[in-house]
Write a protein that binds this ligand. Structure first.
Ligand code: PGA
Length: 261
């Protein structure tokens, strides 16, 4: 196998979003069972909701020693704001599992010194031995975390300006009449690529174009997710809708794609 082959992300196509999410939940649960103090990187957004739902209430999985780092947070939102990612994580996962709140880390978007908060976040990840397994979604514009097109592939945790399409996509989470923040604190692409294993979850036809660009287009700043080619251990879980623009035969020929039941 050549070095290029080793870098190829594996792609598992499930019939439905539910099945893709269930497979990712199984993977995370299995990892926690094998490695009870694993350091996980977690994502927010609409896509992983079902993953978290499936992870709650598993009597054979203890989160007591698990350490978690979230990818990003809006700048200027307090952790109790219902559209903050801190709130999302508590609401969908942390309030329902036996995790030690001291082991939960989310970028501090309400810090008075955002630059210092960004460096502190990087240090905290390093102190915890780095991220073993990072869960990622993908934006319609190919972003990972809040790394919008143009983000350097070696970027670190920092404040970023959100594109209009990202702001519009996330407006659904904000009370009517409230303008979403224009910036966010996000792990950089370089930070994400240091995770030892990466799982990218993409569901729905709105992600089809971004997924095809990430997996079949050139590695380029225009598609932040294309940077995943620089990583040796990426698994993509998607549903048929998100896979609709993939050239399955080509991917299968390269040994990258497989259909899941
Ligand atoms: P979504 O966001 O799951 O809400 O579509 C994914 C992302 O922007 O990474």
């Amino acid at each position: 196998m050549s070095a290029n082959d080793m870098r190829r992300p594996s792609v598992k196509i499930h019939q439905t979003a539910e099945l893709a999410c269930e497979a990712v939940a199984e993977l995370i649960a299995g990892r926690i069972r094998r490695e009870p103090s694993v350091t996980l990187g977690l994502a927010t957004g609409a896509t992983p909701r079902m993953v978290y739902k499936s992870l709650i209430g598993r009597s054979d999985v203890s989160w007591r020693a698990v350490r978690c780092f979230n990818l990003d947070e809006y700048v200027g939102l307090a952790p109790d704001h219902p559209a903050s990612f801190a709130y999302y994580m508590r609401d969908l996962l942390f309030d329902h599992i036996d995790i030690d709140p001291g082991q939960v880390h989310i970028p501090d978007g309400s810090a008075s010194d955002i630059e210092a908060a960004a460096s502190a976040y990087e240090e905290k990840i390093a102190e915890n031995g780095g991220i073993a397994l990072q869960l990622l979604g993908i934006g319609r514009n190919g972003h990972i975390g809040f790394n919008e097109p143009g983000s350097a592939h070696d970027s670190r945790t920092r404040e970023v300006l959100l594109t209009q399409s990202t702001i519009d996509a996330n407006r659904r989470d904000f009370p009517e009449g409230e303008t979403p923040p224009a910036t966010a604190l996000t792990m950089g692409i370089g930070t994400i690529l240091e995770a030892r294993e990466i799982v990218l979850l993409a569901t729905g036809s709105a992600k089809a174009e971004a997924l095809a660009a990430a997996l079949q287009g050139p590695v380029s700043l225009d598609c932040p997710a294309s940077a995943l080619w620089r990583h040796g251990a990426v698994s993509v879980f998607c549903d048929e809708a998100a896979a609709e623009k993939l050239n399955i035969e080509t991917l299968k020929g390269r040994g990258s794609a497989s259909a899941a039941a």
